[in-house]
Every structure is written in structure tokens, then in C-alpha cells.
Design a protein around this ligand. Sequence first.
Ligand SMILES: NC(=O)C1=CN([C@@H]2O[C@H](COP(=O)(O)OP(=O)(O)OC[C@H]3O[C@@H](n4cnc5c(N)ncnc54)[C@H](OP(=O)(O)O)[C@@H]3O)[C@@H](O)[C@H]2O)C=CC1
Ligand SMILES: O=C(CO)COP(=O)(O)O
Length: 309
Amino acid sequence: MIGVLGAGAFGASLAIALGREREVILWGRNLTGRDLPRLPGAVLPARVTTTADLAEACRADTLLLALPMQQLAGFARDHAAHLTGHPLVACCKGVDLATGLGPVEVLAALHSHPAVLTGPSFAADIARGLPTALTLACADDRLGETLQHQLSTPALRLYRTTDVIGAELGGALKNVIAIAAGVVIGAGLGDSARAALMTRGYAEMLRFALAQGARGETLAGLSGFGDLVLTCTSDLSRNFRFGRALGAGVSPDPAQTVEGAATAQAVARIAAERGLDMPVAAMVAALAAGRIGLSQAIQTLLSRPLKQE
Ligand SMILES: NC(=O)C1=CN([C@@H]2O[C@H](COP(=O)(O)OP(=O)(O)OC[C@H]3O[C@@H](n4cnc5c(N)ncnc54)[C@H](OP(=O)(O)O)[C@@H]3O)[C@@H](O)[C@H]2O)C=CC1
Ligand SMILES: O=C(CO)COP(=O)(O)O
């Protein structure tokens, strides 16, 4: 039995995909019956049971944590008694603002080798059963292989790596660049400017990730290049839409989970402490926090010194 903790869009979509093949229990703190308010129109397969009782959900063996990144540390702390000892798979993309840690380090007190599931995948696509490829990263490759088989389905294909830092940072950093891509489109700067932004943004992602010990090939894979392409080019992305609203000078929808906004703050702070050049992340952090306006944000990027690619 697989337990999915968090009945938002991503948790619900994973429960649907996995529940087509095996027994799943889906927990949500406000879950009533089989309603999925964050994934309208989606229907849970019969093999998925639902609960608002965390103790009941934690009778499952493997637990998938599909919560927003900034909620993960508090959730892990508050519910350590239920979570400790289970194989844990973090399904969130971001960097914890308070500590600068990624999801696996946040869960490290609860299991010796938490895993992370990340990569290019919209919840709506997964729920519809469309083909999706994700990265499952676990430092313990034997556990990673077990999880890879447990969590793969014919439509949801998991690729495995032991590069946890690379997989985490690929998923976290692409959201920051997607906000910037949205700003470019919202401000009417055009598709050529977006391609330039994505390319320079990727260079920035790689620089940051390598400095944290990631492997370059991980960033070139699904969690990194793959997710960057998806999120910077699709209207389905909340990070992209958030940036597009900022670029167009309208208020973003406050009800949406936009992981890149807090992650940009964390990444800009870490980059400043370590002397890493991260101009796009710094711009997104300043713009999202209201420290600079749109014209200053664009000017900052366009006035960078000319240098070798
Ligand atoms: N949506 C997508 O397409 C994808 C999302 N992801 C990642 O999945 C993670 C979750 O995002 P997503 O599901 O989309 O977000 P949603 O906004 O759709 O849902 C978030 C869910 O988390 C619950 N939640 C928030 N805080 C807590 C808490 N403290 N305790 C318990 N439950 C809590 C919310 O519960 P409530 O409704 O009660 O507030 C809600 O059900 C993010 O890191 C995101 O980047 C990854 C790939 C695809
Ligand atoms: O991570 C995602 C796709 O891989 C979902 O992107 P958003 O959080 O921007 O909607």
C-alpha cells in the first residue's frame, strides 16, 4: 500500500496514476469524501481510499509527501511520530526559505535515505493518464530501485539517480527561471527574449547546482533541462503565469501555489553568501518581493556586461 500525503493537485494526480495499478491511500487535512478541489473534474480510481486521519494513512508502507515546499519542515516536525521509519518520497520542488535546505535534507531526521520525485509533469496530464517521465532520486540506490518499480506505471515512467542534490535543485531552480520567463512574455518582450532568458537561466541553474555538489548530467536531464522547458513554455504552469502577471503589471492569483517565489529568495541569499553570480534569480527575488519594479528588473538584465558565453 502506498500512502500519498497531501491532496492538492500533485498528490491527487499521483494517487490517480498509482491507483490505476495498485492500492493507494490518499490523505488530505481537509479531505471530504472523494472530492478533489485542486484537481477539478478528476476521479479517483476504486483502488484509492481517502482519509483525513493521518495515522490511518501512515499504516501504508511507502509515503509520498506532496505538500508545498515551505510547509514541509513544519509538517515533518509536527508529525514525526507518524512518519519516522517509513520510506519517504518528497514530491515538492523548492528550497526551504528558513534553512536553505532541500526537501530530502528537511526529511533527513525521519529516515536514513529519503527520496525525491521530480521532473516535468503537470498534475492534469498525470491524472489524465498521459505519458510522463520523472526522476526518482535516492542516495541509496537499492532503495531507489525498489521505489522506482513501486511508483512506475505504464504511463508514469520513473528514471533513477543517486544525485539527490542535482534532482532537487533542477526542480527548485526551474521554477525561478519560469517566473522570469513569464515576466518576459507578460512584458511583451517576445519569444526570442524568452529563449535567451531560458538559456542564460539554465547556465545559472547549472552554476548553482554544481557549487552545491550536483552532477551536471542530472541538470541536463528530466529534472533540470526537461522541467525548465515545460515550465517556461506552458500556460499550465503556475510559476509561469505568476511571472506573466508581474510582467503585465497585474496582480497574480494569491490562491495558487507558486514555489519559485520563495525559492528565489532562498537561492538569491545563498548565492550572495557564496559569491555565486545568479542575476536572474536575484531579479526574480527582488521583483517578487516588491523591492524593484518591472522596468528596473528588465533594465538590470539588459545592462549586464557583455562577456563570453
Ligand atoms: N501541480 C503540479 O502540476 C505539480 C506540482 N508539483 C509540486 O508538488 C508540490 C505540491 O504542489 P501542488 O499539489 O500542486 O499544490 P496545491 O496548491 O494544488 O496543493 C497543496 C496541498 O497541500 C496542502 N497543504 C498545504 N499546507 C499543508 C500543511 N501544513 N499540512 C497539510 N497539508 C497542507 C493543501 O491543503 P489544503 O487544500 O487543505 O490547503 C493542498 O491540498 C509543490 O512543491 C509543487 O511544485 C510537482 C509537479 C507537478
Ligand atoms: O512542476 C511543475 C511541472 O513540472 C508544475 O509547475 P507549476 O508549479 O509552475 O504549475
